[in-house]
Design a protein around this ligand. Structure first.
Ligand SMILES: O=P(O)(O)OC[C@H]1O[C@H](OP(=O)(O)OP(=O)(O)O)[C@H](O)[C@@H]1O
Ligand code: HPA
Ligand SMILES: [Mg+2]
Length: 184
């Protein structure tokens, strides 16, 4: 399936490639300023955050280490199960480190609130979050998020790392799916 084939499954483009690039540049500048003189460790949350991590990290001027955690709460559906499983833990200890969690989306917030409690218990020097997308209307828990790319409506979105049943992650933009995709 190439991108033209995926195009038939899409209803609309919500955030374009250009908008993503511009906004990640702005967030990177803020992060550079905030972490000046501090040793930054970016923690990407697999799999959804791969694109954000790759592009945000390259937009930073400051040196940053990267580590990855894989967690899953959505399975193959469009609703969070609320049960978060660690599929892969960090490679290194984060005790005393300045940790910035990098996410693609905060939807119900259940994944992130679980993750922040988990990472917080490991004794980092600081713990903040950068996310490309947030759905304010979908929040089931309130989380203090320092860097937010875009606030979006409460609709299921795909692309730029985000999947529906593991598909559409490689779209270069964020879009909504046509109803026939869910029902087929
Ligand atoms: O705020 P929430 O409602 O918890 O949803 C957000 C989380 O759900 C997605 O991950 P998912 O569990 O689908 O795994 P994936 O990144 O591998 O797609 C997304 O990447 C976030 O991590
Ligand atoms: O809207 C979404 N799309 C894809 N994956 C997700 N995980 C949480 N919310 C979403
Ligand atoms: Mg997913």
């Amino acid at each position: 399936m190439d991108q033209r084939d995926m195009g038939a499954d899409l209803e609309s483009v919500l955030v374009s490639e250009e908008q993503i690039r511009t906004r990640l540049g702005e967030l990177a500048a803020q992060i550079d300023a905030d972490y000046a003189g501090r040793d930054l460790l970016l923690v990407g949350v697999l799999k959804g955050a791969v694109m954000v991590m790759a592009d945000l990290a390259r937009a930073l001027h400051a040196p940053a280490e990267m580590d990855w955690m894989a967690v899953s709460s959505y399975g193959s559906g469009t609703k969070s199960s609320g049960v978060v499983r660690i599929l892969k833990d960090l490679d290194k200890d984060i005790g005393g480190r300045h940790v910035l969690v990098v996410e693609d989306i905060i939807d119900s917030g259940l994944t992130l609130s679980w993750l922040l409690a988990n990472l917080g218990s490991r004794g980092p020097a600081s713990l903040e979050v950068a996310t490309l997308l947030r759905k304010p209307e979908a929040a089931k828990v309130e989380i203090d998020v320092r860097y937010v790319g875009f606030e979006i409506p409460n609709e299921f979105v795909v692309g730029y790392g985000l999947d529906y049943a593991e598909r559409y992650r490689n779209l270069p933009f964020v879009g909504t799916l046509a109803p026939h995709v869910y029902s087929s």
